[in-house]
Design a protein around this ligand. Structure first.
Ligand SMILES: [Fe+2]
Length: 378
């Protein structure tokens, strides 16, 4: 059955060579409205002038690097999804693309089924993320006082499950909290894909460290989930989320420092294990008491929060976000070790340094990964 053009999603094909560009056009035209651009400049112009749902982006363009164009697209059109199409030998930069917010990549030569499947999966996800983005824009109550927040979560999860009815899936990693995980995960991604990627990696590094400690199964699950949600308060940093007093806090820095407290408040109605809330509340506390927001000290900071503090700092050091320059793994471990006793728990720092040194060969690939890493079944 023919789909009317008005119902078809729009794809922008960015490709400098006429042959592949025309081939993509022919393949995709039955399912999508197609726009084309032969270079970065034209691509940005098309995005400005037409509503586009998804871009297929060739890495090599005559006027600029695909990765630079990707970053501009994500800055100016954050809700447009990008799939990178790349030749053999450019896998590393395709992975970089994922880190900068691309939804996926395809290696040339690819077949038609692979391409259409990836596009459809990405568009399906975009539908979910768009719904969550509009909820976040119009509803500040997720971080409100108890009753209001509870109602807002209820409304959100009803909307979300009507979108995902067909694929309610369980995730053995998080036990009883399972049905919430896809929603929370999409919520982080809807806010900011880099935040989602960071959260996934921090959960992975925390689990790596936890495997060397004698934690109970429930502690391990709380750690995986708490580490994944540690920055969830960042979702609620816009004005409409905050109370009058919170809005009047002067600098962005002061406001940023509220994210642990706001995050812990946000998840209260969800009935998650207490340790998850503790991780969110205390992941910026420092061992010597100089952290925020409560200035807790030493073992007064819950163990799981002390683990996440190390894991999230490590991830910030080895990725270029938010610092301008990423450090090599060894240098990042060294920086963390230098802060044992002041910023971090010395015993945990020692274990972390050992674990990272043991598996550093495989870490770059894992660190690039955009998905939460699975926790082994116990
Ligand atoms: Fe944080």
């Amino acid at each position: 059955m023919m789909i009317p053009d008005s119902l078809k999603p729009t794809i922008l094909v960015v490709e400098d060579e006429a042959g592949p560009r025309d081939a993509l056009k022919v393949i995709l035209r039955p399912f999508f409205n197609i726009q084309v651009a032969e270079n970065g400049q034209v691509a940005m112009r098309v995005l400005k002038e037409h509503p586009v749902d998804l871009v297929t982006l060739d890495q090599k363009l005559p006027d600029r690097q695909g990765l630079d164009l990707l970053q501009d697209i994500k800055i100016e059109h954050g809700d447009v999804e990008v799939i990178i199409i790349t030749g053999y030998g450019s896998l590393k930069s395709a992975m970089e693309g994922i880190r900068h917010g691309a939804a996926g990549y395809l290696l040339k030569p690819f077949n038609v089924t692979e391409l259409i499947t990836l596009i459809n999966q990405t568009l399906e996800k975009k539908k979910r993320l768009d719904c969550l983005r509009s909820f976040l824009k119009h509803s500040g109550e997720l971080a409100a006082a108890e009753r209001e927040s509870e109602q807002a979560w209820k409304r959100l999860s009803e909307q979300y499950s009507s979108l995902t009815k067909a694929k309610q899936e369980s995730d053995p990693r998080f036990g009883a909290s399972t049905s919430l995980i896809p929603l929370l995960s999409d919520l982080l991604e809807a806010k900011d894909r880099q935040l989602f990627n960071h959260s996934s990696r921090v959960s992975f590094y925390s689990t790596l460290l936890a495997n060397r400690l004698n934690l109970s199964l429930s502690e391990q699950k709380s750690l995986a989930l708490g580490a994944f949600l540690h920055d969830i308060g960042n979702i609620a940093m816009e004005d409409h989320f905050l109370s009058k007093t919170e809005r009047h806090e002067t600098t962005g820095q002061d406001r940023l420092k509220r994210h642990p407290e706001i995050g812990a408040r946000m998840i209260l109605p969800l009935g998650l294990p207490a340790e998850v809330g503790q991780i969110i509340s205390y992941h910026h506390e420092r061992y010597d008491g100089s952290g925020y927001p409560y200035g807790l000290q030493g073992e007064g900071i819950p163990l799981l929060a002390r683990i996440v503090s190390i894991a999230q700092t490590f991830d910030h050091l080895i990725t270029d976000h938010p610092t301008p320059q990423a450090l090599p793994i060894e240098a990042a471990v060294q920086q963390i070790t230098l802060q044992a006793d002041t910023r971090f728990d010395p015993m945990l720092t020692d274990v972390f340094a050992r674990v990272i040194n043991e598996c550093k060969a495989s870490l770059p690939a894992l660190a690039m990964s955009a998905r939460p890493m699975p926790i082994p079944e116990l």
